[in-house]
Design a protein around this ligand. Sequence first.
Ligand code: NAD
Length: 255
Amino acid sequence: MLTTAMTGSGSGIGAGIRQQLESDGHRVIGVDLKNAEIEADLSGPEGRERAIEEILAACDGRLDRLVTCAGLPGSAKPRSRVTSVNYFGAVELLDGLLPALERGEQPAAVSIVSNSAQIAPLDEHPLVAALLDHDETLASRIADEHDVGPIAYMGSKHALGRAIRRRVRKWGDARVRLNGVCPGPIRTPLLEADMSDPMTRHAIESIDIPIGRWGEPADIAKLVAFLLGPDAGWIHGSLFYIDGGNDAEIRPDRF
Ligand code: NAD
């Protein structure tokens, strides 16, 4: 039986991924604020270190799959909590669990990013630079002092996508595949939170998905399950948009 650790297992997309993986026969070690095998707060280094230690104890140091899915919406405050959970909560678990994944069977990891990661021109944004420098103090200061609003969310996801791509050689040498999945809008508590925020509500309400419907957690879960499986054995360092055509319509001439 494959052993899979995942964050954000208790709600929304993560709960859908958990259900899919369990029906595929995985033993899932969930990490979440509550209702999970490991209850940990990924917004700070202590919670992240404890989550890694408890995962390692639960899997005897040998992990087959990892999914990082925990995240906060752009409307959450303080903004630094958004960047800490969405970026450091993903990257530190990826890095901390790589040695255990190296000992796994056909090991692979998937991080849940977002199709908003490339919507704004964030390549040179100081918040993204601080995140990629792994400077949580500076990133938190930029996020809070400038009250960057939705940039905290989009910037954390933009940096996460780049962090995945930057790890392609190290993870490839370790024979552990790492990919990112970039969902469009899915009705979950995270999206509901943004719907009740005046700053983000209008942008969400105006979304018109080309394929004619919004997504469901199960849509994302099926792609994640495929990317974690043996049929995806040559897929590594890739970011997959899964959004009913939303990103392609917004940025038709970039990919
Ligand atoms: P959700 O709110 O349903 O689930 C998020 C989960 O993360 C929850 O279980 C929550 O408890 C957990 N979490 C939040 N803060 C945490 C912390 N400090 N420590 C540990 N766990 C914490 O939201 P969702 O929509 O299912 O989001 C899952 C992922 O998908 C997120 O990374 C989100 O950014 C991404 N995403 C969502 C959408 C969407 O439209 N819903 C679109 C693109 C990307």
